[in-house]
Design a protein around this ligand. Sequence first.
Ligand SMILES: Nc1ncnc2c1ncn2[C@@H]1O[C@H](COP(=O)(O)OP(=O)(O)OP(=O)(O)O)[C@@H](O)[C@H]1O
Ligand SMILES: [Mg+2]
Length: 371
Amino acid sequence: MAATPKDASLYLRVLENMEEGVIAIDRHGTVVLHNPAAQSCTGLSEKQVVGRHYLDLFEKQDKLLGLINTALEKNRSLFNHEELLLTRPNGEPLPVRASLSPNFDRQGEPDGVILMLRDLTQVRELQEAIHRAETLSMLGTLAAGLAHEIKNPLGGIRGAAQLLGMELPEESPLKEYTSVMTREVDRVNDLIEELLDLARPPSPRQGQVNLGRMLSDIVLLQRENHRPRQVDFQLQLDPSIPAIRADEKLLIRLFLNLVKNAAEAVEKGGRVLIRSRIGSRFLYNRPGEKPMPLVLIEIRDNGPGIPREQMENLFTPFFTTKDRGTGLGLTICQKIVNDHGGFLKVESEPGEGTLFTVSLPMRLPPEKRDH
Ligand SMILES: Nc1ncnc2c1ncn2[C@@H]1O[C@H](COP(=O)(O)OP(=O)(O)OP(=O)(O)O)[C@@H](O)[C@H]1O
Ligand SMILES: [Mg+2]
């Protein structure tokens, strides 16, 4: 089909809206086009880039320079399987996947190359979440096996301690010991129940959950619990989020754990901000369901942050840095989020604070689904 002026504006719109970064380089090596997605990849504006030579633009980025050179020399398409790290003037290096195609002019003569960049940040995050989910289900199965073995003897110990307590005269000081025994056995039992929860197949009781109300209630409770430390809880709720289909009990547990962690992390007078919004970038797509938006709930604190070396252990059962912690909180959070088909993401800057983001598919309760 011949290109009409209307097509030209359409091409422009496509280039402006596509997720891939597109950088066109002419046969002399000068950048002639740099679309908005490329700007967010390189961290440079169109003005800063167009007209410059690609050797200046990607200075010291040998892998990428090698690819552009080859594509320019051979006039052939190139797809790089490996991930590249794109250096940016300010900000962290960005993981990208690059591909290149030769560009031909109207006479069919080669006129440089088109470099396409795909930002892999989101893909990396998803892969990490999937990896965590897999590790978790493996650990859950293992723990469940062990837990079953422990539960029976525990029952025996508890029973014996109770019998012993009944045998002892009322005024005996030893009675204190028997009650310590039962209490501690109960504590271990609770722990085991939590471990068994990790191994249970996902069966969230799908009710109707008003996230805003749930988060407000949790904050009310936590504000009271942390009053002596004057923790400043702030809520920013998006009122347009509808009630979603989810397991209310599990979600309370999830957000309570996260808010509690944040409140425990901050200093006296510290801040915990809870924010809900509807994700605008992606639709959640799963076979058999309509594509739907994600609801994002962020729990942000201005505590000490999490040291980098601890980041990968956070979701491991029993990992804790607290004297009285079980280290099961985040493991359970991960399981609840998985069971709802969502994602859990953590970002932390030591010294600045921590941000946990829960993304849940916005499944509507049955009666409202088709409205
Ligand atoms: N918001 C946060 N800021 C800093 N560190 C955190 C934060 N959330 C979690 N952590 C770290 O992750 C560890 C594991 O958290 P998790 O909730 O699994 O267990 P816990 O809080 O230690 O114990 P429990 O949840 O049983 O009270 C914590 O001990 C803490 O070191
Ligand atoms: Mg915790």
